[in-house]
Design a protein around this ligand. Structure first.
Ligand code: U5P
Length: 209
């Protein structure tokens, strides 16, 4: 299943700022943190809730808890996903965190080099959120998700991106049909160098200079 949020004016406004080439690194990082947080809210909307009884200082009433919010593993793909993770952790404050470094080689092969992997054990109760702001060819995420598999099978496998090209989404769907894809917006396609169009450029460079 693919979720995108073109109908959310606030998310679209943040995204517009990220796309604008005149936005500096400070504002760019802030925008990514915000999107991490609000996309996190959107993920929570898809989680099961449980009714509980509590007491206010005045009387007994019914409330809810989102149980799965406490069983989250966030896997961050260095480096552009770091601000996104910062936002996600604001809503998934119990999350265990995995860090993976993966970089993509040049066209046409786009080979992925993964030289650092640290992922916690994954249990059947866990929701794993793999964060990379840009889902271009999808190669990075597919390589990372193949690695994640070695650490256990989660209840839900969620891919979180800001922008995605249809090519990348289709490849992920093919290789990981169980994955749920959350992106702020789906873009037109890719250029010959594997950049998303219209996109926002290289997310790592824009965030970190
Ligand atoms: N990437 C960008 N901007 C783009 C396309 C890709 O920053 O327009 C970055 C992604 O963040 C990802 C990597 O980590 O390049 C490769 O993307 P993919 O082709 O493996 O999906």
């Amino acid at each position: 299943k693919v979720y995108s949020f073109d109908d959310s004016p606030y998310l679209m406004e943040i995204l517009t700022e990220l796309r604008n080439k005149d936005t500096d690194s400070i504002a760019f990082r802030k925008g990514l943190v915000k999107l991490g947080r609000y996309m996190g809210y959107e993920i929570i909307k898809t989680m099961d809730v449980e009714k509980i009884k509590i007491e206010t200082p005045l009387e007994e009433t019914e409330g809810i808890i989102v149980k799965d919010r406490k069983n989250v593993v966030i896997v961050t793909v260095l480096r552009a996903a770091v601000p996104l993770m910062e936002g996600l952790v604001k809503v998934f404050e119990h999350a265990r965190i995995g860090i993976v470094s993966a970089s993509r080689g040049k066209a046409p092969k786009f080979e992925i080099e993964m030289n650092y992997v640290k992922i916690p054990q994954i249990t059947p109760e866990d929701t794993v959120i793999v964060a990379d702001p840009m889902i271009a060819t999808g190669s990075t995420l597919i390589t990372v998700m193949e690695e994640i598999k070695k650490y256990g099978t989660p209840k839900r496998l969620i891919v979180l991106g800001i922008l995605a090209a249809p090519e990348g989404i289709n490849r992920i769907k093919e290789k990981f049909p169980e994955a749920e894809i959350f992106v702020t917006q789906i873009d037109r396609g890719l250029n010959s160098k594997g950049y998303i169009l219209p996109g926002l450029g290289d997310a790592g460079d824009r965030a970190f200079g």
